[in-house]
Design a protein around this ligand. Structure first.
Ligand SMILES: [Zn+2]
Length: 327
């Protein structure tokens, strides 16, 4: 099966042959209790699964410090149970309150540009690249690139430029990352904080999943040069941002769980045994129906290859929004 026409019209860059490895690291990230902006939560609603994970993408030939991994079946079960519990809490809270679940969401975005100095090599990118990234998010999440329309749109609220060599590069799981986020994070649970910088271990980005209690680690970290017009070859059309925000909105990778079980918890993303790299058109790694969803934003293919979310993913994100991030 060939790529869909909208892919070809949207994406003009060729697919290079460079071998790469995109690895998912699971890094246990401790929780810094913070004042919860989630006033709707009952006082006893703050129990969290012990494991808090962030997701990472790794560039070609990179050697990540963390053991490449994905969420275990136990971890996904815990996350799903937590989502169900969060939904129950919201339903109970809303009884008699007249509040309705949201069907359309505009997400305020605060972008922190972490710079080593004032040079481009030191992380000083123009505002135009950030505006382009917001446009890429809006295109992707509205279905404008060919996938399902989701409930989400994104509105840039602020660009915060920070020159601090101690945070450059941003090292995943480090005390410096914690310090950076604790110092800089703004807004409530509905505010998307994006941290741009040079990243450790050749990573392209990582993100936190939503939680019932807001903590200062919440947000996404994205390689500055992965923004549209950046220098990260094969990854410079802004889809690292799209992918990481997908995690922030509770999506798993399309290859989560491999061929067995509930996979990524979404029924219209065919199961795939392992991540897809580059753009292996027609790949089919599981016996269940459907080719591997290599064009999905939640796989590991090149930016030129990925262009869609599914209706099931859109529903999963909205459900999670109403459970975790809605005001
Ligand atoms: Zn990921």
């Amino acid at each position: 099966m060939g790529l869909r026409p909208n892919l070809l019209t949207r994406r003009t860059a060729g697919v290079a042959s460079t071998t790469l490895a995109l690895l998912l690291s699971t890094a246990a990230v401790g929780v810094v209790p913070a004042a919860s902006a989630f006033s709707a939560a009952p006082a006893d609603a703050c129990a969290e699964p012990a494991d808090v994970h962030s997701d990472a993408r790794v560039k070609a030939g990179a050697h990540a410090k963390q053991e490449p991994n994905e969420l275990t079946a136990k971890e996904t079960r815990e996350r799903e149970a937590d989502l169900a519990a969060a939904l129950r809490e919201r339903a109970n809270f809303r009884t008699g309150a007249g509040a309705a679940a949201l069907a359309a969401v505009t997400i305020p975005v605060v972008v922190h540009v972490i710079q080593e100095d004032g040079t481009r090599a030191g992380g000083n990118i123009p505002d135009s690249m950030i505006n382009s990234q917001i446009s890429v998010l809006n295109e992707a999440y509205s279905g404008g690139t060919g996938g399902a329309a989701t409930a989400f749109s994104f509105q840039l609220q602020k660009i915060n430029r920070v020159t601090n060599p101690a945070w450059y590069p941003i090292v995943q799981g480090s005390s410096a990352e914690r310090s950076m986020k604790t110092s800089l994070r703004e807004g409530g649970k509905n505010t998307l904080n994006v941290y741009l910088g040079e990243l450790s271990d050749d990573l392209l980005g990582w993100a936190t999943f939503p939680k019932r209690r807001l903590d200062s680690m919440d947000g996404v970290v994205v390689l500055t040069e992965s923004l549209p017009g950046g220098t990260a070859t094969n990854y410079n059309q802004g889809d690292t941002g799209t992918h990481e925000v997908g995690h922030w909105l509770n999506l798993y990778h399309t290859f989560q769980g491999g061929c067995r079980g509930s996979g990524d918890g979404v029924s219209d993303t065919p199961a795939e045994a392992e991540p897809a790299y580059q753009c292996p058109t027609g790949r089919d790694t599981c016996t269940a129906a459907g080719l591997d969803p290599i064009t999905n934003f939640m796989d590991y293919t090149y930016d030129t290859c990925m262009y869609q979310f599914t209706a099931g993913q859109a529903e999963r994100m909205l459900t999670a929004w109403n459970a975790y991030r809605a005001a």
